[in-house]
Design a protein around this ligand. Structure first.
Ligand SMILES: [Zn+2]
Length: 383
């Protein structure tokens, strides 16, 4: 699911368009799985709704390509700038906790295990890599190869996602093979929705309850820990406009639980990452590339608060799960790793500043810190 705004659509709403009401957020709904994105200049795009995606079906995709050993052979913890070597022998059902550079003392209220003290997140990105040769060639019969090659040059972590999903029946639907500029208009949607589909199909193939694509070498398998309906945090949201909340925290979407929240976050974070390193190729006047990633980190903070206050047994259970804690920490740091790249392009955010402010509110950061047992800041490093 993606949510997007359109300024043109906003004008219609302000003029009394009967499409619905919002506090100025002006959602452009009716898109992918119930949502889409916020566009500054387009109101005519449509994408499949969530209903159109049926991740319960067997994946309509081909086997791994080019000798790929398959998805079960890799589960490598993220790289850490100064975190030492990650464990090399992680089983496919566990995440190896990071090593820590300076062995600083964990927070006093640290959770189970030995929480990280100092570490930073990074993954390979090459935002200045020349892609002009592939861009000029784009649009031929091998447009998928060109597209994946372009993404791989700038963001290797996204290559496996697109490569494994390239024969998915939705891939073409989320793409524009006619022109590179058109493709760039679709890339966020493609990455977002194919992350949803990868997560669903990969878990099915692996016999897991869930999977979350972070990078090609980091697929996380969260436990079946549904928690409570995310609609319980709807009234806690203070960010206006609240279009994301209206879409994701009410109705059928609102009945979804904790892992679904992590799944949605993973999709928004991945789409933000893709555009962060390819923003120079985007020619549009602006859309909400950053908004969803920070909105969902904020929602995760609120969800953890609600869990602690109203569902303490779930909170304790989730907090005791190393995979959950490791994943949440990785995603927080990862968003802060990509944001500076994305921030080079003012066109890649609409209301992201509001969500970032909320995400960084001391009481909200403290909620995540309490859960993780680390101190966090506006950076890709644990403080
Ligand atoms: Zn989504």
């Amino acid at each position: 699911m993606r949510l997007r705004f359109s300024l043109a659509f906003a004008v219609l709403l302000l003029a009394g368009c009967p499409f619905g009401e919002d506090e100025g957020g002006l959602p452009r709904l009716g898109l992918m799985d119930g949502g889409g994105r916020l566009d500054r200049d387009r109101d005519d795009r449509t994408a499949p709704r969530d209903d159109d995606l049926d991740p319960t079906l067997p994946p309509p995709i081909t086997p791994p390509r080019d000798g790929d050993a398959g998805p079960d052979d890799e589960l490598v913890p993220p790289e850490y700038v100064d975190g030492g070597a990650p464990g090399a022998d992680a089983g496919d059902d566990e995440l190896v906790p990071p090593d820590f550079a300076d062995g600083g003392a964990p927070a006093a209220d640290a959770g189970p295990g030995s929480p990280p003290a100092t570490r930073c997140y990074e993954e390979p990105v090459f935002p200045s890599a020349d892609v002009s040769d592939l861009v000029s060639a784009y649009g031929g019969s091998d447009w998928k190869d060109d597209l994946i090659s372009i993404v791989a040059r700038r963001w290797p972590g996204g290559e496996r996602l697109l490569e494994e999903q390239r024969d998915d029946s939705y891939f073409d639907r989320f793409s524009d093979s006619s022109s590179w500029s058109g493709m760039m208009e679709e890339l966020a949607t493609l990455v977002h929705e194919e992350t949803h589909l990868f997560n669903a199909y990969h878990a099915q193939r692996e016999g897991r309850s869930h999977s979350l694509y972070v990078r090609g070498d980091l697929i996380v398998y969260p436990p079946a820990m549904e928690g409570f309906a995310r609609s319980e945090i709807h009234s806690m949201v203070t960010v206006r406009p609240s279009s994301y909340a209206s879409l994701y925290l009410t109705g059928e979407q609102g009945r979804r639980g904790f892992v679904a929240l992590l799944d949605e976050a993973s999709c928004y974070i991945n789409e933000m990452a893709a555009l962060a390193v390819l923003g120079d190729q985007y020619r549009g006047s602006g859309f909400s590339s950053r908004d969803g990633s920070v909105a969902f980190l904020y929602y995760i903070e609120l969800y953890l608060r609600r869990a602690r206050e109203a569902h303490p047994e779930f909170w304790e259970m989730a907090r005791a799960d190393e995979t959950i804690r490791e994943h949440l920490l990785t995603q927080w740091l990862r968003v802060h790793f990509f944001l500076p790249h994305s921030d080079r392009f003012s066109s890649l955010g609409i209301y992201d500043g509001d969500f970032r402010d909320a995400m960084h509110e001391p009481e909200n950061v403290a909620e995540l810190e309490m859960f993780l047992g680390v101190r966090l800041g506006d950076s890709p490093c644990v403080l």
